[in-house]
Design a protein around this ligand. Sequence first.
Ligand SMILES: NC(=O)c1ccc[n+]([C@@H]2O[C@H](COP(=O)([O-])OP(=O)(O)OC[C@H]3O[C@@H](n4cnc5c(N)ncnc54)[C@H](OP(=O)(O)O)[C@@H]3O)[C@@H](O)[C@H]2O)c1
Length: 312
Amino acid sequence: MQRKKRTDTWMLLTENFNDQLYPMSDSNKSMTNKICVISGATSGIGKETAKALALKGAHVVVVGRNMKRCARTVKTIKKKTGNTNVDYLCADLSDLSQVRDLAKQLKQDYPRIDVLINNAGAFYDPRLETADGYEMTLALNYLSPFLLTTLLIDSLKASEQGRIVNVASSSHYVGKINFEDIQYTKNYHAIPVYAQSKLALVLFTKELAERLKDTKITVNTLCPGLVATNFRKNNGWLRFYVRKFVKKELTAVEGSQTMIYLATSPEVAGITGDYFEKEKQKKSSDLSYDKELAKKLWEVGEPMIKEFMTDS
Ligand SMILES: NC(=O)c1ccc[n+]([C@@H]2O[C@H](COP(=O)([O-])OP(=O)(O)OC[C@H]3O[C@@H](n4cnc5c(N)ncnc54)[C@H](OP(=O)(O)O)[C@@H]3O)[C@@H](O)[C@H]2O)c1
């Protein structure tokens, strides 16, 4: 307990120290007046993306589950970028009633949303269940972005060209949708469960793009690469294997580049329903192009979020 406290204090001290050493600048203010909401922005690639968007002049809304971490992140971003239009909202995104309340608050506070980045995600071993009784990986990595995006569609429609960016993973290539037991109540293994959740997010992206084809909203998905963040720190054995077999992990700044590209670049203004790696379109898994599978998954996912689609 004491040790954890010391680590937090140390992080705070080094962050402030680095702020003074490395003030940031970006002469490209292309995102001025754009409202960008990013989940999981208190750490890793989400935090770096939030920083980059603020540097480009955007009004950034950091979404995190821990108020102290949110406040600390906002303070750091403001200080590093000189942009004071950085706010935060707190929600545990694995809890769908909190996702609903978050959407309600966002609709109240902001006239429109120009960019929604569904970045929060995690890997769970052993199996956990959410407050709603759903398997945690599926809930956080798939049901939560499904619900948040659905609730914010009108806010995105109010933008000149709304963008949705879903952070998936190359693990989707080995993913399958286990319709017989989508919540893995039996034979739980963290890797196929994580891969399933990220394939579900890619399928959701493609199906949503189809459903939004008559609007100006685009929706794309990506893998950031293997990035040294808290993602593996929270899972000792995964970290051990990655360290053993992967020569070089990307830094969080490197890993955030494709997300920043999809959120900001004029090059992708007309591209929707695609998967990206290293700032380039890439063919996603064969299964992800199966339109019947995407529809079937939507029909399984929708009833799971339905009760949270209207105000309580
Ligand atoms: N790192 C990689 O190699 C890698 C590879 C492929 C895909 N990805 C994907 O990239 C995304 C970002 O991960 P990262 O590598 O930056 O990891 P990270 O450093 O662990 O960041 C994850 C972020 O999500 C937040 N989060 C986790 N559970 C949450 C919950 N229940 N409610 C609200 N927020 C929650 C975390 O909040 P706290 O700060 O409070 O923990 C943190 O801000 C994830 O979707 C991950 O699946 C990562």
